[in-house]
Ligand binder design. Structure first.
Ligand SMILES: Cc1cc2nc3c(=O)[nH]c(=O)nc-3n(C[C@H](O)[C@H](O)[C@H](O)COP(=O)(O)OP(=O)(O)OC[C@H]3O[C@@H](n4cnc5c(N)ncnc54)[C@H](O)[C@@H]3O)c2cc1C
Length: 339
């Protein structure tokens, strides 16, 4: 069991900055995110796109913003529990007991939900046997490309992820790229590259085809694919990778007894607290009159929620407002104090 002052759900920009605001006032946070990386929508949906409305930063990409936010909290040595979804939240005396899908348990007097539009989950194959082989032959993300070395791999999808992985894995595996349309959706450059690799015999392309069946007992032996006129083909393969994009689900958050307004959580604008004491909601997931779904609004919400967390985490201490410019203790926490 991990005890902490605050458990933050969501490692998007708003969750990361909340770590900073908690850290400077001396509170420890642990962060859980369902994705395999830090950065939320900025890193998952638009890492290369420029953002122009972060105060005092005229232009930065989603990736730059994420990297700078991570840099800004480095002295707090925060644990990020990635690839884990918070499933259950229950009250236990003065604490909240938080359980993830991997059965990790946290105990904290405060929870900050910075869950954005809910947890991102991959769209999956919708055919028989696909659940049985998940993570044992069927994958929706790649942690270590070397596990596919010298293997037969079928990649499904027509977007950038499918094309980029087809290009990358063709260097070390026998790749077949399958897409339900003739044209690819991904960048022109990547689409041309896969066609060139096909001409050079470095990978195979099957379009327009969709998966039809998966054969195998304990591991995948082969699959069949089918086109629009019902023609089928069998492919011997070790693994199949699906890159059909992500769906956003409010998911388990809806089961925690919080008031909901459509897919958002109503909060007050003094503490950004929900209807449950000690559970706060900030960023895209919260709502209140005049709410703007912008990163800068989430930063402000995190600053106020952090101060509210102090009361429950340090009931016998008084919170004192200080500036980072002039406060020695804040600077020490940030690791920037001059001797
Ligand atoms: C294409 C695009 C362009 C944009 N451009 C701008 C812009 O120019 N300026 C601007 O200010 N905003 C912009 N936005 C909006 C901005 O990205 C969002 O406001 C911001 O990402 C919200 O941050 P967040 O931390 O609240 O949520 P998110 O970034 O959505 O992060 C939430 C995280 O919570 C995780 N999560 C949710 N539920 C759970 C759970 N139960 N367990 C574990 N993890 C969970 C999710 O996996 C996710 O990683 C843009 C958005 C898009 C899509």
């Amino acid at each position: 069991m991990i005890k902490t002052d605050v458990l933050i759900i969501g490692a998007g920009p708003v969750g990361i900055f909340a770590v900073h605001q908690l850290g400077i006032i001396g509170l420890k946070a642990e962060v859980v995110d369902n994705l395999d990386k830090i950065g939320g929508q900025c890193i998952e949906l638009y890492p290369d796109k420029p953002i122009y409305d972060i105060p005092a930063v005229p232009e930065c990409t989603g990736e730059d913003l994420t990297n700078n936010l991570i840099e800004q909290i480095k002295n707090f040595k925060t644990n990020f529990h990635l690839n884990e979804r918070v499933e259950e939240v229950v009250k236990e005396k003065d604490n909240w007991k938080i359980t993830t899908n991997k059965k990790k348990i946290f105990l904290a007097p405060n929870i900050i939900i910075a869950g954005g539009v809910g947890s991102f989950e991959p769209r999956k194959f919708l055919i028989k046997n696909s659940e049985k082989f998940e993570n044992n032959g069927i994958f929706y993300s790649i942690k270590d490309k070397n596990t596919f070395e010298n293997k037969k791999v079928c990649i499904f999808g027509g977007g950038d992820s499918a094309l980029d992985w087809a290009i990358e894995l063709s260097k070390l595996a026998e790749v077949t790229l399958v897409h339900r349309r003739e044209e690819f959706r991904g960048s022109k450059h990547s689409a041309k590259l896969v066609r060139d690799l096909e001409k050079k015999g470095k990978l195979k392309i099957k379009t327009p085809f969709q998966i039809n069946s998966i054969e195998g007992e304990n591991k995948i032996k082969s699959i069949t694919i089918k086109n629009e006129v019902g023609k089928t083909e069998t492919i011997i393969t070790d693994s199949i990778l699906g890159f059909f994009g992500l769906i956003m689900k409010l998911g388990p958050i809806a089961q925690w007894g919080l008031n909901l307004d459509k897919k958002t959580i109503p909060v007050d604008t003094e503490y950004f607290q929900t209807n449950k004491e000690g559970i706060f909601a900030i960023g895209d997931i919260c709502t209140y009159p005049g709410k703007l779904k912008l990163i800068l609004s989430g930063f402000h919400e995190g600053a106020l929620a952090a101060r509210a967390c102090f009361k429950l985490a340090r009931p016998n201490e008084k919170y004192r407002f200080e500036f980072t410019t002039t406060s020695k203790s804040l600077q020490e926490r940030l690791g920037v104090a001059k001797k």
